[in-house]
Ligand binder design. Sequence first.
Ligand code: KG4
Ligand code: ZN
Length: 332
Amino acid sequence: MLVLGIETSCDETGLALFDNEKGLLGHVLHSQVDLHEAYGGVVPELASRDHIRLILPLLESLFKKTGVKKEDVDAIAYTQGPGLSGALLVGSSLAEALAFSLQIPTIPIHHLEGHLLAPLLEGDPPTFPFLALLVSGGHTQIIHVKKIGQYEIIGDTLDDAAGEAFDKTAQLLGLGYPGGLALSLLAEKGKPRFDLPRPLMHSKDLNFSFSGLKTAVLHLIRAQEYLTDEIKADIAFAFQEAITDVLTKKCLIGLDQTHLKNLIVSGGVGANKQLRQKLKTELSKKNYEVFFPRLEFCTDNGAMIAFTGAMRLKTSLKSDLRFAVKPRWQLA
Ligand code: KG4
Ligand code: ZN
């Protein structure tokens, strides 16, 4: 079974081919980060237009790169939601039209399910059930993954998502948008000088709250007479320490409470080096194991959608919804 995956939910156009026997044959990706940077966030209409402009050339280049012909494709998986409706419609229209012309099935995919399963694209993946930490620009969730299609959300954010907290803090430090990676690079130059709050770290539940942390950074910045590059790096360091401490602690509590042994981490913030390091160190102390996707599959991509489609075909969890996108869609 050869599945074409199409991702257009936000500001990345991603396409990939996944074969049940041979694995990932190839993927192509275009990021619109440069397009939206000037506006400090994603502009939905610009995102849709850019997906339209590039989706067919990207598809051609994927076929060329992999040597696959469109007639070889057995099914098309595409992100149906959640996301920006105009952007989603670009992917769904291409998927449904191409599938209709080839007389093959489509598999509409939940974007977060794609992120959740992305670590399974790597060698030696964990088996079900496992715990998942999903940390993206819009989500911070701890999920009990029982099997494909069975997801129990046992922890969620009460306000800002982890990626959002990174981005807003980066903006306060003048690092541009999205600022997660820039902030983490700056933090590498920082020293322990400031102490920031670790919201809800000692509560027994698995919920998060990061808006107070961002406000604490704002107060800290305002309290500085001169915001030198050195102070900025020290603030970035303190912020990254605080947020990664909370994320790590909550994962440990989640593993203890569910008696699961394996954690997978996905979503854009899953690319954060400090988070990866802390999770590895702290989980190994309790004989838990942690799994990550390769860096390029932490953020949005077509490979996770093609893979999720292939998993859903195998378990015949197909949906018969056509064309409609779901800008808002609960994972559970
Ligand atoms: O999963 P993703 O591509 O988008 C959503 O579906 O939301 O995640 C994007 C988020 C952004 O907030 C970005 O700043 C953050 O992931 N991010 C990082 C890093 N790389 C990306 N945050 C912290 N450290 C990083 N290295
Ligand atoms: Zn995403």
